[in-house]
Design a protein around this ligand. Structure first.
Ligand SMILES: [Zn+2]
Length: 700
């Protein structure tokens, strides 16, 4: 009689359910368990990927024995499971070829042979589905050479096709045809231009003796290391065997299992046994038992040493005593932060919280790879203030890694929550004043982004539409700071104790799931009844610009610094006694509150007093140099050049290159910028290369 109801997330909105469901609906999980379906709770069931409103006109009105069952994709409701209307094909993520009608891989087993002489990895990947599948399955790939796709049992080839055109954002789609198979093996190799990998030659390392390679997979670069459904909607577990030269060590954002000689047969087609078991090679084995979005896949291989800094934390870095010593001093307070995080947000679920300090070319401040955070060495400032970046990456252990944005359109769910959580940790460990300074620095950053996106206000929204857009190109402070402001606004509305309780419940409800903005809003409305009448939730999530109920922090230090910055505009330099106890953050805030363009002579006088251009704190140095460039002050060009050649952190590259090339009448600066990039390019990670190229091409 009455047939199926197909729920698909993309037909939002989600919940509350408008029409009452017929009674006695049963839910059958993938493991076969049958129990009554209860709404809305089951909309949060981790087995159900897509939660959706129920479309009233397709609802059976009289349904005697309806059944419901869940696939990795969808919740189906049906009186009679056959026939079900097959779900329409639809991409589930604007940045991926993953299709809603294909099953998701749940596990990947990798064999990786590192060939440093050619900057490539010879590899195989065994992908597992939760149940046998017949038909196509599409994966993402970028600059990979696929040599075969095989049935892992019989080693007979399976039909596959790699799209002949390369999408500038997504790369290529690799489509494999399966016939009642739940596993398939892909044999492939990476290219030297893999966008996730930076291969450093020995002279580019600290020790100068051995090469080094490391990953950065966020936002959509995992696909340049192995073919996968490279969307955060698809969480995977994995195991990996890394075959590396014996002098080197491998680390991963996963549990280390073993370091041992290679054994024949375990290359799993990645390369010949003779190569795999060659002289001077060693295998490092890892497993990741918790499901992660692919962008959290991470490894580094090089001459790596470590120091213990806490019961759950070791600091890893190039094996040089001075680097490890400085890092272990800087991060000595890490375990205290983990304990604060646990008190605020619930148990730390990832067992280890290790830190890897990378070479200066690392493109981000930190990357929240689970179990092992990757860090730029620029956070080691010698005064433990680098702990703030660690607090941010640690906070991701709950928001981002446990609860993940379903696509990059909802990136604020990762970064806004994490910025909020980071500041709560900082407040508990370093005090309210420091937290207020951070909020103030963030506020200035947010205001500046409004200027940057004034011609493209889409990217001042929290919930964005990134169809056809490269996430690296629109990376900004908006998801961080506007997201923070939104959550802070809710906290002010309902009070901190209630908000803390809400946060804990949010994390407990959605952990190990990937969610979108609507799911958050529905959860908020269900748990804070009437909130939509107090705060314009739609304006906050879908509106452009900064809502009028956002606010700057209130604190004495913050107000003092802003007022000193205002006085600078009138020609008054801060006195030595006024800045005597300033550290990096105070200076950073001061500089960011100065007008974009000031008198060059005034800047030189400021620098003569306080030596900001040579500050060891890159935040201060770069804020000053940016101001100097945009004020037309050329005294510091040599310092600008040194900085751009020394570090590859995009937080510094972006403003400095932009200040050099943006605007008219700056021919000399433009030539200068082009020359530096030409000379420094090889020292940048491919993601940073791409970002600088896009800045230059926009303005040159
Ligand atoms: Zn973050």
């Amino acid at each position: 009689m009455l047939l199926s109801l197909y729920l698909q997330k993309r037909q939002f909105p989600l919940y509350p359910v408008k029409s009452p469901l017929p009674p006695n609906l049963k839910l059958q999980s993938k493991s076969g368990q049958i129990r009554p379906l209860t709404l809305p709770q089951d909309l949060y069931d981790p087995l159900i990927d897509y939660k959706s409103n129920i479309d009233s006109h397709t609802l059976p009105l009289k349904c005697s024995k309806p059944a419901a069952y869940v696939t990795t994709h969808s919740l189906y409701l049906s009186c009679n499971p056959n026939p079900l209307t097959p779900p329409p094909m639809a991409p589930i993520d604007p940045h991926s070829f993953t299709d809603s009608s294909h099953p998701l891989a749940t596990h990947i087993s990798l064999s990786l042979y590192f060939d440093f002489s050619s900057s490539t990895i010879l590899a195989s990947a065994l992908l597992s589905l939760s149940s046998p599948h017949s038909g196509p399955i599409s994966l993402d790939a970028r600059s990979l050479s696929i040599s075969a796709v095989l049935n892992p049992q019989t080693l007979s080839p399976l039909p596959f096709s790699l799209s002949s055109t390369t999408d500038p954002v997504k790369g290529q789609s690799l489509t494999v045809s399966l016939s009642n198979l739940s596993q398939f093996l892909i044999v492939f190799s990476t290219s030297p231009s893999s966008s996730a990998l930076q291969w450093l030659s020995p002279p580019q390392t600290f020790g100068k003796t051995f090469p080094f390679v490391y990953t950065q997979c966020q936002a959509i670069h995992a696909r340049s290391i192995f073919p996968c459904q490279d969307t955060p909607a698809a969480r995977i577990r994995y195991s990996a065997r890394l075959n590396v030269p014996r002098q080197l060590a491998a680390v991963m954002a996963a549990r280390h299992v073993d370091r041992r000689p290679p054994a024949s047969g375990e290359a799993v087609m990645a390369c010949d046994d003779a190569i795999w078991c060659g002289e001077g090679r060693v295998v490092e084995e890892f497993v990741m038992e918790q499901s992660i979005p692919p962008y959290l896949f991470a490894f580094a291989v090089g001459e790596i040493g470590s120091r213990e800094v806490g019961p759950r934390t070791r600091v890893y870095a190039e094996a040089a005593g001075e680097v490890l010593d400085a890092a272990s001093r800087e991060f000595a307070g890490t375990d205290e932060m983990i304990r604060v995080g646990e008190r605020l947000f619930g148990a730390y679920e990832w067992e280890r919280f290790d830190l890897l300090v990378l070479p200066p070319s690392f493109p981000y401040g930190g990357m929240e790879n689970p179990r092992m955070v990757f860090l730029t060495p620029t956070v080691i400032k010698g005064d433990a203030s680098g702990g703030q970046v660690v607090a941010h990456e640690l906070a991701h252990s709950w928001t981002g890694n446990l609860i993940t944005n379903k696509t990059n359109d909802h990136f604020w769910l990762n970064e806004g929550f994490t910025t909020y959580a980071e500041r709560r940790i900082v407040e508990a460990v370093q005090g309210e004043d420091i937290a207020a300074l951070n909020i103030g620095i963030g506020w200035r950053g947010l205001v500046e982004e409004m200027e940057r996106f004034k011609d493209n206000m889409e990217f001042t929204k929290l919930k964005t539409n990134q169809e056809g857009v490269d996430p690296d190109d629109v990376y900004s402070q908006v998801p961080y700071e506007k997201g923070f402001q939104f959550l802070w606004r809710i906290e002010r509305q309902i009070g901190r104790p209630a908000f803390d309780e809400f946060l804990k419940k949010y994390i407990a409800t959605f952990k190990f799931q990937s969610i979108d903005t609507d799911m958050f809003l529905n959860f908020l409305k269900a748990n804070v009844p009437g909130i939509e009448n107090e705060i314009d939730l739609e304006l906050w999530t879908e509106g452009t610009g900064i809502p009028s109920d956002a606010m700057e922090p209130v604190s004495n230090i913050y107000a003092k610094i802003v007022s000193l910055a205002n006085e600078f505009k009138l020609g008054r330099m801060p006195r030595e006694d006024e800045v005597a106890d300033w550290r990096g953050q105070e200076w950073e805030l001061y500089l960011e509150n100065l007008p974009k363009s000031v008198e060059a002579s005034q800047l030189s006088a400021l620098d003569a007093c306080y030596r900001l251009a040579e500050s060891k704190d890159y935040e201060v140095k770069v804020a000053f140099l940016q101001l100097a460039i945009s004020s037309g002050c050329r005294d510091h060009h040599s310092e600008v050049e040194r900085t751009l050649k020394e570090v590859g952190r995009m937080k510094y590259l972006r403003p400095l290159y932009t200040a050099l090339v943006q605007g008219s009448g700056k021919e000399e600066e433009k030539i200068f910028a082009k020359r530096i990039f030409l000379e420094a390019r090889d020292c940048y990670h491919p993601i940073a290369q791409g970002v600088v190229e896009s800045i230059l091409s926009k303005h040159l």
